[in-house]
Write a protein that binds this ligand. Structure first.
Ligand code: G
Ligand code: G
Ligand code: NA
Length: 254
């Protein structure tokens, strides 16, 4: 509660910000967008990652305030990047508690209205398969309402939930994100290779696109291409970076 108070103070003080990690189309050799990742610029501790402070707030309404802030920051960034990179999509992680609120869609609609020059199709929401655990029908309904606005969805950490198959059938997400634990080990672990391959096959069967996260080396990228996955994200392409570094990084990307 002490720590929760600290996070609330950080939000109020503007110490929470977003880093961005590029997503690459390996076949085209082109950056297709960025994932927004929350960071706390702590005055004493430096850059603090979300695993160190989201767990203390994600079961409180503070996660809703933080989530709305994240959406605003991402849309403001899209407003800037749209001039030079009109095709980019920015992905934002949405916590289950935020997404499942009955007022999620009106709040999102109001936030989008603050950025009238940004087409909603440039925004993608990443939700965990496990977000759907509570009430898959409700989650599906919210997704459909958001999609009617033009927003896209990715199912994050796909394959780690215990009922991925039934979620996939009922949740109309455009994109599956293969969990990084499978990708990282697929070159040394046959089971992980088969899992990665199976998710790619599922995506194809259900007519969804598929992106691999945790792509750390050229060998990971090459293996994914052989398996039919062309989109990738990971330290082998770039680590998450401050918004101000993104345009320079992209210009220098060979
Ligand atoms: O950036 P990093 O790899 O440290 O992120 C760790 C986890 O925190 C990831 O699983 C990511 O989904 C989650 N995360 C990062 N940014 C956000 C955010 O803005 N909102 C929510 N709800 N989760 C986030
Ligand atoms: O689950 P989600 O995709 O939101 O997780 C993103 C998290 O994974 C971020 O914290 C990011 O810093 C981290 N990450 C991104 N790429 C890599 C990678 O190639 N290797 C490792 N170990 N972590 C990564
Ligand atoms: Na994510």
């Amino acid at each position: 509660h002490n720590r929760r108070t600290e996070v609330r103070a950080a939000l109020r003080a503007g110490e929470l910000c977003l880093f961005y990690q590029p997503k690459l189309d390996m076949r085209a050799g082109r950056i297709i967008g960025m994932e927004a990742l929350l960071r706390w610029r702590h005055p004493l501790r430096g850059i603090v990652g979300p695993m160190e402070f989201l767990p203390v707030v994600e079961h409180t309404d503070l996660i809703v305030e933080i989530g709305d802030m994240v959406l605003r920051h991402a849309l403001r960034q899209l407003e800037i990047w749209r001039a030079s990179h009109p095709g980019w999509v920015v992905s934002v992680n949405i916590a289950a508690r935020h997404f499942q609120r009955t007022d999620f869609v009106p709040r999102l609609t109001a936030i989008l209205a603050e950025f009238p020059t940004v087409p909603p199709r440039m925004l993608e929401l990443e939700i965990l398969e496990s977000s759907a655990l509570a009430d898959i029908g409700h989650v599906r309904a919210i997704m459909l309402e958001c999609q009617a606005l033009g927003i896209r969805f990715a199912l994050d950490d796909f394959g780690t939930g215990y009922s991925s198959m039934s979620y996939l059938k009922r949740l109309p997400a455009e994109v599956l994100k293969i969990d990084q634990s499978f990708v990282r080990n697929m070159l040394v672990d046959r089971d992980d290779l088969h899992l990665v391959s199976a998710v790619i096959g599922l995506a194809r069967a259900f007519n969804r696109s598929v992106i691999a996260e945790g792509v750390e080396t050229v060998e990971h990228g090459a293996q994914l291409m052989r398996l039919g996955c062309e989109l990738a994200q990971g330290y082998g392409i770039a680590r998450p970076m401050p918004a101000d570094d993104v345009l320079d990084w992209t210009a220098n990307f060979a």
